[in-house]
Design a protein around this ligand. Structure first.
Ligand SMILES: C[S@@+](CC[C@H](N)C(=O)[O-])C[C@H]1O[C@@H](n2cnc3c(N)ncnc32)[C@H](O)[C@@H]1O
Length: 298
């Protein structure tokens, strides 16, 4: 068993939302399409190691031993969906995780599963280029640790007009790269932002020209957008390439500031397809369904 510890409480929620979508998607489209594909571009191992730390006793609580459990990761979840996807493609760059994915696939000899040990951007663009999409419908899950997803990959996915994209957008990463003062953005951060947004337009959109003082000297340019503003900016960029981008869910749900925005981007411009995907997606992404209300203290 390869241990893969990642995420936190929000990870279970994220995975249950994607699972809900995969089930509804497969059920709705199975009668109409022979080729339903699931593509996991940051596939992990198929499972997630969750460790609950050992806790000593205090005046109120009993001691708790460390508990380590394995929960399903996105690859396993996708294979469990019924009706099944015809083809599952798992892309993963870590060799040990690829080996765990191979073990997972070996448990499903009757299923069509391909595992690519590769960079997600390279493999996705190749996959898109070497297939026709008119006869297929697919869901892609982009679940990176950070800012690995390139704009050119999103643009290629949007162009297929056949793929719904679940994208865990790394808002905290964006917040770190897009520093308050424009002059603090070094070459490395600049390149990361341009790779993520596809052009350097972020500079004029996020850092408006500063006012001149009474001597006509221009002040420093600052980012005015806060976390919510950065999320709006990311959504508006995605809307330049996808016909519909749903209002994302802020994750973790009960924490401020949010660290991620879970987006559903729909590439099919057909009104009926947008309607169906939006109905399912908006229901799943509705924060009111997920907010945890604490016990009432009397
Ligand atoms: C957050 S984990 C994904 C977890 C997975 N969705 C699950 O539920 O089990 C991110 C994964 O992406 C992989 N990864 C990171 N950068 C990558 C890249 N450029 N291309 C492909 N995989 C990458 C990591 O090795 C890691 O397994």
């Amino acid at each position: 068993m390869t241990n893969h510890e990642f995420g936190g409480q929000h990870t279970d929620l994220k995975l249950s939302i994607v699972e809900g979508y995969l089930k509804a998607f497969a059920q709705a489209l199975r009668p109409h399409f022979q080729h339903l594909w699931y593509i996991d571009a940051f596939a992990g191992t198929g499972s997630r190691t969750v460790r609950t730390e050992k806790r000593g006793s205090d005046l109120v609580e009993m001691p708790v031993e460390e508990v380590v459990e394995q929960r399903r990761g996105s690859a396993q979840i996708a294979l469990d969906v019924r009706p099944s996807f015809d083809f599952a493609i798992f892309i993963e760059k870590n060799r040990n995780y690829v080996s765990a994915l191979n073990d997972l696939a070996a448990r499903y000899p009757q299923r069509r599963i391909v595992i690519a040990e590769d960079d997600a951007n390279t493999a996705l663009k190749r996959l898109i280029e070497t297939n026709t999409w008119i006869d297929k419908r697919a869901v892609v899950f982009l679940d990176p640790y950070g800012m690995e997803v390139e704009w050119s990959t999103l643009a290629a996915l949007a162009k297929t007009e056949a793929i719904d994209v679940w994208f865990l957008f790394p808002l905290a990463g964006l917040f770190r790269q897009a520093t308050r003062k424009l002059t603090d953005i070094d070459g490395h951060k600049r390149a990361a932002l341009t790779r993520m947004f596809g052009s350097d337009d972020w500079e004029k959109e996020l850092y408006p020209p500063a006012e001149a003082d009474m001597f006509g000297t221009l002040g420093e340019r600052h980012r005015l957008a806060d976390v919510a503003g950065l999320e709006r900016f990311a959504k508006s960029r995605l809307e330049t390439i996808f016909p519909r981008v749903l209002k994302p869910l802020a994750l973790p749900i009960n924490e401020k500031p949010q660290r991620f925005s879970l987006f559903l981007c729909i590439s099919n411009p057909d009104g009926k397809a947008i309607g169906l995907a939006s109905r399912i997606g908006s229901h799943l992404l509705n924060p009111a369904r997920h907010i945890v209300v604490g016990p009432v203290v009397k």
